[in-house]
Ligand binder design. Structure first.
Ligand SMILES: [Zn+2]
Length: 468
């Protein structure tokens, strides 16, 4: 009698492990999709009860998108006429938020998540705050309904999701009614959502006070307490655009980073989102606390926010992961491109080349820092074991074709040249051929296996958003 395989024996022509590039490689995963061993195939015996799959090409850890607001993809084609960040938020993003119903939210999530997989992202940190119903009728309290439909959309596509359920207990502007909950309710519902999804291996739940303007002092502290209790990191938007400085000054009598210090929430669990307008002392303080940053360079560029001093952050000891943020102003949801622009924005700002690699070398052994920002650092920032092909991590991987024109030349598979090309020149849509999440094949030979992409595209094409 044949018995079901108890795990996976995956082989690849080449594989990037934590100790370097392995040719004729093998990776063994257990039945849950957790990596047990990685090495040369001739050193890892294959037991007959493991399912064998071979991949042609170069296997890399999948990219970890630490910060997304998937529904905002529905602003594509509409919001680039905004004058500035404030206009974009008030007249485009809030307009979308007030009108989008459950079907719209589901469509936005599926469009964003499918594009993530196509570009080699295997985990999303979805910073979720559309808790209530649309403005008509009256932003009804929907509890965890919208969060759960977003989780379901990720699972339908085959993407791992870490849902950061947002504390949003300030609502001075009309659009914010869609997001508002009292802080105690938000924390309680985060706990409920974590419990409701606890049997889903591809889903984890964390907490995120939205920002100084979206969460009260009590709300921020309650979220930090929940994070401490569960041993997780928590994210908060901080110092994204210049207006945030005036807000912090008026509300807390100081700068945004110092306001967090005043609230007593600066620790190694804190992950600041953006940080474009943090000063040198604030960055030092974050580094001393071993805090993290979810950095979104393309969104910051698209919205005219500013340039985060990521070189100073890395030197100070802040761990930087990357995110797509609201995939808004027609930019691709592509973490390799975020890694590229994270480095290149520093080149523009500092008028030098190769800025982040040397900054990181002060602290740690690093192969290619921008690549690590897109992968292993992302796992660190989300607090889940993803972003490395190593024992104990989820078997989340992408296979790229090293002969794709955008990856050539690579000097006979020289590892440094390959990684440089993945960050600086790779056209992900053509180069990424296969995607594996928790051992499951969610894209094979450039085609998503879980969802009907043509049907999704038809729904996306027919969708209408009016009078912004
Ligand atoms: Zn954001």
């Amino acid at each position: 009698m044949n018995s079901a395989p108890t795990g996976l024996y995956i082989t690849a022509d080449h594989l990037l492990s934590t100790s370097g590039l392995i040719h004729d490689a093998a990776m063994i995963a257990d039945g849950d999709g957790v990596i047990l061993a990685v090495g040369a195939a001739n050193t890892l015996p294959r037991s007959p009860d493991l399912e064998h799959r071979h991949y042609t090409g170069l296997m890399l850890p999948g990219a970890v998108n630490t910060h997304s607001h998937a529904f905002q993809i529905l602003l594509r084609g509409k919001s680039d006429a905004a004058r500035d960040f404030r206009d974009w938020v008030d007249n485009y993003m809030y307009a979308l938020a007030l009108s989008a119903d459950s079907e719209d939210l589901r469509l936005g999530a599926e469009l964003a998540f499918a594009e993530m997989l196509r570009n080699g992202i295997t985990t999303v940190g979805e910073f979720f705050y559309v808790h209530n119903g649309p403005a008509a009728p009256a932003c009804a309290d929907l509890g965890n309904e919208n969060a759960l439909l977003t989780v379901a959309a990720a699972r339908r596509c085959g993407l791992r999701i870490h849902l950061l359920r947002t504390v949003y207990d300030r609502a001075a502007r009309h659009g914010q009614q869609r997001f508002y909950e009292p802080a105690t309710t938000a924390v309680e519902r985060t706990r409920e959502l974590a419990l409701a999804t606890s049997d889903m291996a591809d889903v984890t739940v964390g907490i995120a006070p939205h920002s100084l303007h979206g969460a009260s002092a009590d709300g921020i502290q309650a979220a930090a307490e929940y994070a401490a209790e569960t041993g997780q990191p928590f994210q908060i938007h901080i110092a994204e655009e210049e207006h945030d400085l005036a807000f912090a000054r008026a509300e807390y009598g100081t700068t945004p980073g110092r306001a967090l210090e005043k609230l007593g929430v600066v620790s190694d669990r804190l992950v600041v989102v953006h940080g474009c307008w943090l000063d040198t002392e604030e960055i030092e303080m974050l580094g001393n606390a071993r805090a993290g940053c979810a950095y979104n360079p393309i969104s910051n560029m698209a919205l005219g926010d500013g340039i985060t001093d990521t070189e100073a952050m890395v030197r100070a000891g802040v761990t930087i992961g990357l995110g797509c943020d609201g995939p808004c102003a027609n930019h691709q949801v592509n973490l390799w491109q975020e890694a590229r622009f994270a480095e290149w924005l520093q080149r523009v700002d500092k008028r030098r080349m190769n800025v982040l690699g040397p900054a990181a070398a002060d602290h740690a052994e690093t192969v290619n820092y921008p690549f690590e920002m897109a992968t292993s650092n992302g796992g660190h920032v989300l607090g889940i074991p993803v972003g490395k092909l190593a024992p104990g991590y989820w078997a989340d991987a992408v296979v790229v074709d090293p002969h794709d024109l955008s990856l050539l030349p690579h000097h006979n598979l020289d590892p440094a040249a390959l990684l440089n090309n993945v960050v600086n020149s790779m056209a992900a849509r053509g180069a990424v051929r296969d995607v594996i999440v928790g051992g499951d094949e969610v894209m094979r030979d450039g085609r998503l296996t879980r969802i009907d992409e043509a049907e999704l595209a038809a729904r996306g094409a027919a969708w209408q958003f009016g009078e912004a």
